[in-house]
Design a protein around this ligand. Structure first.
Ligand code: SIN
Length: 189
């Protein structure tokens, strides 16, 4: 698979025929929307966990020195808290470009705080994508993050902004907390 998933997303056109839809954000989309939305609300998706297992060659790193950003990894029984946005398909051009480094559009159910469920869109970078880095010890992930920077800024800002956003949501995410804690230690050392 190519690094650039823009065309694949356009071809599969998941949700293109909807007037409105819910988009689930679990990474930078929580703290930086960057697009117009009708409303937003915290939501969870079941059976997935957030992991710093995706390479970033275009935002928080470079092709020669990729950073690490989050994707969702299947984990039966787990649930992942994020932010859902009610949007129109007008956002797809922007999102397909922003998420082009390996992320594909998927249709997934999401559950809101009041218990109701909606099938919506989520961008996921799966293990078969060309920018996938995979599992690594927290120490190695944090060291890579601290060493990486890209066109969207230092990788450490992504990690610390996401940690703050997850704390604001009261999300219980041991993996992201551990990576952020180690990044904080490394940058003050
Ligand atoms: C997301 O936030 O939903 C996708 C991953 C990212 O852009 O950080």
């Amino acid at each position: 698979m190519s690094f650039d998933t823009t065309e694949a997303n356009r071809r599969t056109a998941v949700f293109d025929d909807h007037d409105e839809l819910w988009l689930f954000g679990y990474g930078s989309l929580i703290y930086k929307a960057g697009f117009d939305y009708i409303e937003r609300a915290p939501a969870t998706i079941e059976g997935w966990v957030r992991r710093y297992w995706q390479g970033s060659h275009d935002h928080r790193g470079t092709p020669h020195a990729p950073g690490r950003v989050v994707t969702l990894v299947e984990a039966p029984g787990a649930s992942c808290l994020g932010m859902a946005y009610r949007v129109t398909p007008a956002v797809f051009d922007y999102l397909d470009h922003r998420e082009k480094n390996g992320y594909l559009r998927f249709a997934q159910p999401m559950t809101f705080v009041d218990g109701h469920t909606e099938k919506g869109l989520v961008y996921i970078a799966t293990p078969d994508n060309a920018a996938w880095l995979g599992e690594a010890p927290v120490e190695d992930i944090a060291a890579q993050v601290v060493a990486s920077t890209g066109p969207s800024g230092p990788n450490r800002d992504y990690v610390l902004n996401l940690a703050d956003a997850l704390a604001e949501l009261d999300a219980d995410d041991a993996h992201c907390q551990a990576v952020a804690a180690r990044v904080r230690e490394l940058i003050v050392a």
